[in-house]
Ligand binder design. Structure first.
Ligand code: SAM
Length: 482
C-alpha cells in the first residue's frame, strides 16, 4: 500500500487515500475538542511582525478539524479570522475577470459536463480568429482586462497550436482604450513541452480543476477519453511547473464526491506543490456542479448546502492564507456576497459560458457549459462590490512585473501590498469608471477612490497614484502600474 509523502511525484503518495481517510477520522474525533480547536484558531490568526503581517496557515489535518467543527461560536470565529486574513493580505480588493470559451469540441466522457463526446444535441462551435477578435472587443467594451480561456479537449479541433494562436490574437486586440493584459488558461492536462509553449505565449495562471481527488470516483466520472487517466491529470501541475509556469490554479468540482474528502485532497495537493516546487498554488477555485444541457445536477448526490460551502471557503482561507480564491457566476449574488467576506479574492462578472456568447445580443444557451446564476452586467457587479465595501480591481501588474510564484508570495508576506496592489487597484478601477461605467457607478466609484487613495502608506507612492488617477481622468493615458 502506498504511504503518504507530500514530496513524492507519485499521485498515490502525495494524494494518499489512507491519509485522507485518517484525516477525516481524526477530524471527526476532534470536532468538539475545544482545546485543540482554540489552538488551531490561534495558529491561523495573522501575526504582526517587524516587516508586516504573517500567517502560518494550517495543515490539511488541522484545517479538516475546523471544517468538521460544529460548535456555532467556533464557526463564527473561523469566519472572523478568514476575513482578517483576507484583509491582511488582499485588503478589500476583489480582482475581476471573465471566462472566454474558445471551443466546446471535446473527446472526453466527463459525465457532469455537457461537452462530453456523446452529447449529440449540443451545438459544437470553435471560434475562428476573427470571432476571437470580436469576442475580445465585446469583453474590452465591458471593461474586462483579465480573461480565463476555456476549451474542451480535442487534439484535432483544439490542438495546442490553436490555443496559442488564440492567445496571440487576444493580446493583439486594442479596441479604443481596451486591452486584455492577462490571459489565464483552463485547458486539459498536457505535456511539459506544451506547458513551456503556454509560458512562452505569456499566460498568467494555468488553471486545472482536479474535479475529484477520489480516484475510484474519478475513474467512473471520466469513463472515456484522455481525461480518464487519473495519474496524468493529478500530476499536471508538476508538469506545468516543470515547463516554467509559476502560477497554477487548483480546484475541485464540489458535488461530485464527499466534500470532506475533496477538502483534504485539495490541501494535500497545495502542500505537495509547496514541498516539491517551493511555491503553493496561486489560486484555488470552488466551483459547484450546475444544471447544464444533458446534465441534471441532482443525479450527483454529494451536493453541498450553502452554509457548508461558506465554511469550506473560510477553512481554505485559514489553511492557505497567501493563495487567491476564486468564485464564479455559477453562484448567486447572495452566495457570492457571503463568500466575499469569507476570503474570496477574485470573482468573474458578466460571464457567458457559451462559445461566441459575448457577441450575441441575447444570452445564448445552445452551446453553454452550465447555467449562470449571477447574470448581472459588469457595471452592476462593480457597483454592487463597492456598495458592499470592496474595491473592484482590474489590476494585472504582478505577473507583468515578474512578480509570480514565490516573488508574489513574498510581496504578500512583507505587507507591501498596500503600497503596490492598492494603488494599482485604484488606478485600474479609475480606468473602468472613465471608459465603461454608468453615471451611477462613476459617482460611487470616484468617491471611493478619493477616500482609498489617502490610505496608501508610502508618501511617494500616494502622490504618484493620485497624479496617475488624474491623468486617467483627463487623458487617454492608461496602464499605469507599480
Ligand atoms: N476541459 C478542460 C478540462 O478538462 O480540464 C477545462 C475546461 S472546463 C470548460 C472548466 C471546468 O468546468 C471543468 O474543469 C469543470 O470543473 C467545470 N464544469 C464542467 N461541467 C460543469 C457543470 N455541469 N457545472 C459546473 N461546472 C462544470
Amino acid at each position: 500500500m502506498a504511504t503518504y509523502n507530500p514530496k513524492s511525484l507519485l499521485p498515490e503518495e502525495f494524494i494518499n487515500d489512507a491519509e485522507i481517510r485518517a484525516t477525516i477520522a481524526y477530524a471527526e474525533e476532534n470536532k468538539r475538542n475545544v482545546e485543540l480547536i482554540d489552538s488551531l484558531l490561534q495558529k491561523a490568526r495573522p501575526q504582526k511582525t517587524e516587516t508586516g503581517v504573517t500567517c502560518s496557515g494550517l495543515t490539511h489535518r488541522e484545517a479538516s478539524v475546523l471544517l468538521a467543527c460544529d460548535i456555532p461560536e467556533k464557526i463564527e470565529e473561523i469566519y472572523r479570522i478568514a476575513e482578517e486574513i483576507k484583509l491582511a493580505f488582499y485588503g478589500n480588493r476583489i480582482v475581476m475577470f471573465a471566462p472566454l470559451y474558445l471551443s466546446n469540441y471535446c473527446v472526453n466522457g466527463c459525465v457532469y459536463c455537457p461537452y462530453h463526446l456523446k452529447n449529440k444535441h449540443i451545438a459544437r462551435r470553435k471560434l475562428t480568429q476573427d470571432e476571437v477578435r470580436a469576442e475580445v472587443i465585446a469583453l474590452q467594451d465591458m471593461g474586462h482586462k483579465r480573461l480565463a480561456i476555456e476549451a474542451g479537449e480535442h487534439p484535432v479541433e483544439n490542438p495546442i497550436e490553436y490555443i496559442l494562436e488564440c492567445i496571440k490574437t487576444i493580446y493583439s486586440v486594442n479596441h479604443k482604450n481596451g486591452a486584455i493584459r492577462r490571459v489565464n488558461v483552463n485547458i486539459a492536462a498536457t505535456t511539459v513541452e506544451n506547458y513551456r509553449k503556454l509560458k512562452e505565449a505569456g499566460i498568467g495562471t494555468y488553471i486545472l480543476f482536479q474535479e475529484t481527488y477520489h480516484k475510484e470516483s474519478y475513474l467512473q466520472l471520466h469513463p472515456t477519453g484522455p481525461k480518464h487517466d487519473y495519474d496524468y491529470h493529478t500530476t499536471a501541475m508538476d508538469r506545468a511547473m516543470e515547463g516554467g509556469i509559476d502560477d497554477v490554479g487548483l480546484g475541485v468540482l464540489f458535488g461530485l464526491e464527499l466534500y470532506k474528502y475533496e477538502f483534504a485532497g485539495l490541501l494535500m495537493h497545495a502542500e505537495h506543490l509547496e514541498a516539491v516546487h517551493g511555491v503553493g498554488p496561486h489560486t484555488i477555485s470552488v466551483p459547484r456542479i450546475k444544471r447544464a444541457d444533458d446534465i441534471d445536477p441532482n443525479v450527483f448526490d454529494n451536493s453541498i448546502p450553502d452554509d457548508i460551502f461558506e465554511k469550506i471557503i473560510a477553512c481554505i482561507r485559514l489553511a492557505v492564507p497567501y493563495t487567491g480564491m476564486i468564485i464564479s457566476t455559477r453562484e448567486t449574488e447572495e452566495v457570492r456576497r457571503r463568500a466575499l467576506n469569507r476570503g474570496i479574492s477574485q470573482i468573474s462578472g458578466a460571464s457567458r459560458t457559451s462559445v461566441g456568447g459575448y457577441t450575441e445580443e441575447e444570452r445564448p444557451h445552445d452551446s453553454e457549459q452550465f447555467d449562470v446564476s449571477d447574470q448581472r452586467t459588469l457595471d452592476e457587479v462593480v457597483r454592487w462590490l463597492m456598495e458592499c465595501g470592496h474595491i473592484p480591481s482590474f489590476c494585472t501588474a504582478c505577473y507583468r512585473e515578474g512578480r509570480t510564484g514565490d516573488r508574489f508570495m513574498s510581496l504578500c508576506k512583507t505587507g507591501q501590498i498596500l503600497n503596490c496592489c492598492h494603488p494599482n487597484a485604484l488606478m485600474t478601477l479609475t480606468e473602468f469608471l472613465v471608459d465603461y461605467a454608468s453615471e451611477e457607478t462613476k459617482a460611487i466609484g470616484f468617491k471611493l477612490i478619493e477616500e482609498e487613495l489617502k490610505k496608501i502608506p508610502n508618501e511617494k507612492a500616494r502622490a504618484i497614484a493620485m497624479q496617475n488617477v488624474e491623468d486617467i481622468k483627463n487623458s487617454n493615458r492608461r496602464d499605469f502600474r507599480f
